[in-house]
Design a protein around this ligand. Structure first.
Ligand SMILES: [Zn+2]
Length: 224
Protein backbone atom coordinates (compact mmCIF):
# COMPACT_ATOMS: atom_id res chain seq x y z
CA UNK A 1 0.00 0.00 0.00
CA UNK A 2 1.60 3.26 -1.15
CA UNK A 3 -0.28 6.27 0.14
CA UNK A 4 0.02 10.04 0.35
CA UNK A 5 -1.84 11.71 3.23
CA UNK A 6 -3.10 15.26 3.01
CA UNK A 7 -4.76 17.15 5.83
CA UNK A 8 -4.71 20.52 7.52
CA UNK A 9 -2.75 21.03 10.72
CA UNK A 10 -5.00 19.74 13.49
CA UNK A 11 -6.90 17.34 11.20
CA UNK A 12 -5.72 14.28 13.12
CA UNK A 13 -3.69 13.11 10.14
CA UNK A 14 -0.65 12.21 12.27
CA UNK A 15 -2.64 9.90 14.54
CA UNK A 16 -4.23 8.16 11.57
CA UNK A 17 -0.87 7.81 9.84
CA UNK A 18 0.43 5.99 12.91
CA UNK A 19 -2.55 3.62 12.89
CA UNK A 20 -2.17 2.92 9.17
CA UNK A 21 1.51 2.27 9.65
CA UNK A 22 0.78 -0.34 12.35
CA UNK A 23 -2.07 -1.93 10.43
CA UNK A 24 -0.24 -2.38 7.14
CA UNK A 25 3.25 -2.80 8.62
CA UNK A 26 4.63 -0.03 6.45
CA UNK A 27 6.61 3.04 7.52
CA UNK A 28 5.26 6.54 7.91
CA UNK A 29 7.55 8.71 5.81
CA UNK A 30 7.28 12.26 7.05
CA UNK A 31 9.38 14.62 4.97
CA UNK A 32 9.87 16.99 7.90
CA UNK A 33 11.41 14.21 10.00
CA UNK A 34 13.42 12.87 7.05
CA UNK A 35 14.96 16.27 6.41
CA UNK A 36 15.89 16.68 10.07
CA UNK A 37 17.54 13.27 10.17
CA UNK A 38 19.40 13.80 6.88
CA UNK A 39 20.72 17.14 8.13
CA UNK A 40 21.78 15.60 11.46
CA UNK A 41 23.54 12.68 9.77
CA UNK A 42 25.22 14.98 7.27
CA UNK A 43 24.30 12.84 4.27
CA UNK A 44 24.88 14.23 0.78
CA UNK A 45 21.27 15.47 0.59
CA UNK A 46 21.35 16.53 4.22
CA UNK A 47 24.35 18.78 3.59
CA UNK A 48 22.61 20.32 0.56
CA UNK A 49 19.47 20.86 2.64
CA UNK A 50 21.44 22.51 5.44
CA UNK A 51 23.17 24.84 2.98
CA UNK A 52 19.75 25.97 1.72
CA UNK A 53 18.37 26.43 5.24
CA UNK A 54 21.46 28.35 6.35
CA UNK A 55 20.96 30.67 3.37
CA UNK A 56 17.35 31.18 4.47
CA UNK A 57 16.07 29.47 1.32
CA UNK A 58 13.54 26.70 0.80
CA UNK A 59 15.01 23.25 0.37
CA UNK A 60 14.79 22.45 -3.35
CA UNK A 61 12.33 19.79 -4.45
CA UNK A 62 15.12 17.66 -5.95
CA UNK A 63 16.77 17.44 -2.54
CA UNK A 64 13.53 16.44 -0.80
CA UNK A 65 12.80 13.92 -3.56
CA UNK A 66 16.31 12.52 -3.23
CA UNK A 67 15.86 12.06 0.50
CA UNK A 68 12.47 10.38 -0.05
CA UNK A 69 13.94 8.08 -2.71
CA UNK A 70 16.74 7.02 -0.34
CA UNK A 71 14.23 6.35 2.43
CA UNK A 72 12.01 4.24 0.16
CA UNK A 73 14.99 2.10 -0.80
CA UNK A 74 15.23 0.85 2.80
CA UNK A 75 13.88 -2.66 3.37
CA UNK A 76 10.95 -1.71 5.62
CA UNK A 77 9.42 0.28 2.75
CA UNK A 78 9.44 -2.65 0.34
CA UNK A 79 5.75 -3.35 0.98
CA UNK A 80 4.68 0.27 0.88
CA UNK A 81 4.78 3.58 2.68
CA UNK A 82 2.69 6.42 4.00
CA UNK A 83 4.01 9.72 2.72
CA UNK A 84 3.22 12.76 4.80
CA UNK A 85 4.19 16.40 4.15
CA UNK A 86 4.95 16.01 0.46
CA UNK A 87 3.83 16.92 -2.17
CA UNK A 88 2.48 20.36 -1.35
CA UNK A 89 1.96 21.67 -4.87
CA UNK A 90 1.39 20.49 -8.43
CA UNK A 91 4.98 20.56 -9.61
CA UNK A 92 6.03 18.53 -6.57
CA UNK A 93 3.22 16.05 -7.30
CA UNK A 94 4.43 15.62 -10.86
CA UNK A 95 8.06 15.24 -9.80
CA UNK A 96 7.03 12.71 -7.16
CA UNK A 97 5.02 10.66 -9.68
CA UNK A 98 8.00 10.59 -12.01
CA UNK A 99 10.39 9.52 -9.24
CA UNK A 100 8.02 6.79 -7.97
CA UNK A 101 7.54 5.51 -11.51
CA UNK A 102 11.31 5.31 -11.93
CA UNK A 103 11.62 3.05 -8.88
CA UNK A 104 8.52 1.03 -9.82
CA UNK A 105 6.48 2.15 -6.81
CA UNK A 106 3.55 4.23 -8.08
CA UNK A 107 0.98 5.55 -5.60
CA UNK A 108 -2.11 3.49 -4.80
CA UNK A 109 -4.08 6.29 -3.22
CA UNK A 110 -4.04 9.85 -1.97
CA UNK A 111 -6.13 10.46 1.13
CA UNK A 112 -7.48 13.89 1.97
CA UNK A 113 -8.72 14.46 5.53
CA UNK A 114 -11.55 16.95 5.43
CA UNK A 115 -12.26 18.86 8.59
CA UNK A 116 -14.39 21.81 9.51
CA UNK A 117 -12.00 24.82 9.70
CA UNK A 118 -13.90 26.24 12.68
CA UNK A 119 -13.35 22.97 14.53
CA UNK A 120 -9.62 23.07 13.78
CA UNK A 121 -9.36 26.63 15.05
CA UNK A 122 -11.15 25.51 18.20
CA UNK A 123 -8.92 22.48 18.69
CA UNK A 124 -5.66 24.33 18.20
CA UNK A 125 -6.47 27.70 19.75
CA UNK A 126 -7.82 25.91 22.82
CA UNK A 127 -4.48 24.22 23.54
CA UNK A 128 -2.76 25.14 26.78
CA UNK A 129 0.51 23.74 28.05
CA UNK A 130 1.92 23.32 31.53
CA UNK A 131 5.41 24.80 31.51
CA UNK A 132 6.40 22.55 34.38
CA UNK A 133 5.34 19.04 33.25
CA UNK A 134 4.74 19.69 29.55
CA UNK A 135 1.24 18.19 29.56
CA UNK A 136 -1.15 19.63 26.98
CA UNK A 137 -4.76 20.43 27.84
CA UNK A 138 -7.63 21.92 25.89
CA UNK A 139 -9.79 24.59 27.43
CA UNK A 140 -12.79 23.40 25.37
CA UNK A 141 -12.69 19.68 26.03
CA UNK A 142 -10.94 19.44 29.34
CA UNK A 143 -11.23 22.67 31.33
CA UNK A 144 -8.64 22.42 34.08
CA UNK A 145 -9.90 25.28 36.22
CA UNK A 146 -10.41 28.99 36.09
CA UNK A 147 -8.02 30.52 35.32
CA UNK A 148 -6.68 27.37 33.63
CA UNK A 149 -4.00 25.68 35.70
CA UNK A 150 -2.22 22.33 35.66
CA UNK A 151 -4.21 19.80 37.72
CA UNK A 152 -1.25 17.37 37.77
CA UNK A 153 1.58 19.45 39.21
CA UNK A 154 1.36 19.86 42.96
CA UNK A 155 1.34 23.66 43.02
CA UNK A 156 -1.07 23.98 40.03
CA UNK A 157 0.98 26.33 37.83
CA UNK A 158 -0.99 28.35 35.26
CA UNK A 159 -1.25 26.91 31.73
CA UNK A 160 0.11 28.91 28.83
CA UNK A 161 -0.68 29.15 25.14
CA UNK A 162 2.02 28.70 22.48
CA UNK A 163 2.40 31.83 20.38
CA UNK A 164 1.69 29.92 17.15
CA UNK A 165 -1.51 28.41 18.54
CA UNK A 166 -3.44 31.67 18.66
CA UNK A 167 -6.63 31.93 16.65
CA UNK A 168 -5.16 34.43 14.16
CA UNK A 169 -2.11 32.26 13.51
CA UNK A 170 -4.19 29.13 13.06
CA UNK A 171 -6.52 30.95 10.64
CA UNK A 172 -3.52 32.03 8.61
CA UNK A 173 -2.01 28.52 8.53
CA UNK A 174 -5.35 27.08 7.41
CA UNK A 175 -5.63 29.67 4.65
CA UNK A 176 -2.17 28.80 3.32
CA UNK A 177 -3.01 25.11 3.53
CA UNK A 178 -6.26 25.62 1.60
CA UNK A 179 -4.55 27.57 -1.15
CA UNK A 180 -1.88 24.91 -1.56
CA UNK A 181 -4.10 21.90 -1.25
CA UNK A 182 -7.11 22.61 -3.42
CA UNK A 183 -5.28 22.37 -6.78
CA UNK A 184 -3.42 19.31 -5.54
CA UNK A 185 -6.65 17.57 -4.51
CA UNK A 186 -8.18 18.39 -7.90
CA UNK A 187 -5.13 16.98 -9.63
CA UNK A 188 -5.32 13.67 -7.78
CA UNK A 189 -9.10 13.53 -8.20
CA UNK A 190 -8.66 13.90 -11.97
CA UNK A 191 -6.24 10.95 -11.84
CA UNK A 192 -8.81 8.87 -9.96
CA UNK A 193 -6.47 8.54 -6.97
CA UNK A 194 -8.15 10.81 -4.43
CA UNK A 195 -10.03 9.37 -1.43
CA UNK A 196 -11.69 12.02 0.69
CA UNK A 197 -12.37 11.21 4.33
CA UNK A 198 -14.76 13.16 6.53
CA UNK A 199 -12.52 13.63 9.56
CA UNK A 200 -15.04 15.52 11.70
CA UNK A 201 -15.44 12.52 13.98
CA UNK A 202 -13.79 10.65 16.85
CA UNK A 203 -10.45 8.98 16.08
CA UNK A 204 -11.95 5.45 15.91
CA UNK A 205 -14.62 6.51 13.43
CA UNK A 206 -12.09 8.26 11.22
CA UNK A 207 -9.90 5.14 11.24
CA UNK A 208 -12.89 3.01 10.18
CA UNK A 209 -13.66 5.42 7.33
CA UNK A 210 -10.04 5.42 6.29
CA UNK A 211 -9.82 1.61 6.20
CA UNK A 212 -13.02 1.42 4.22
CA UNK A 213 -11.77 3.98 1.71
CA UNK A 214 -8.59 1.96 1.32
CA UNK A 215 -10.56 -1.23 0.76
CA UNK A 216 -9.88 -2.93 4.10
CA UNK A 217 -13.24 -4.66 4.70
CA UNK A 218 -12.30 -6.07 8.11
CA UNK A 219 -12.53 -2.61 9.58
CA UNK A 220 -15.84 -1.69 7.97
CA UNK A 221 -18.28 -0.74 10.72
CA UNK A 222 -21.26 -3.13 10.92
CA UNK A 223 -24.38 -1.98 9.15
CA UNK A 224 -27.39 -1.10 11.30
ZN1 LIG B 1 1.97 20.35 35.12
Amino acid sequence: MRIVLMGAPGSGKGTQAQRLSEHFGIPQVSTGDLLRVAVERGTQYGRAARAAMDAGALVADEIVLGIIRERLAESDAARGFILDGFPRNLSQAEALAKMLASIGQPLDAVVLFEVDPAEIVRRISGRRTCQRCGRVFNIYSNPPGSPPHCPVCADHPPLTQRSDDTEATVQRRLQVYEQQTRPLAEHYAAQGQLKTIDANAPVETVTARLMEALGEPAHRPRAG
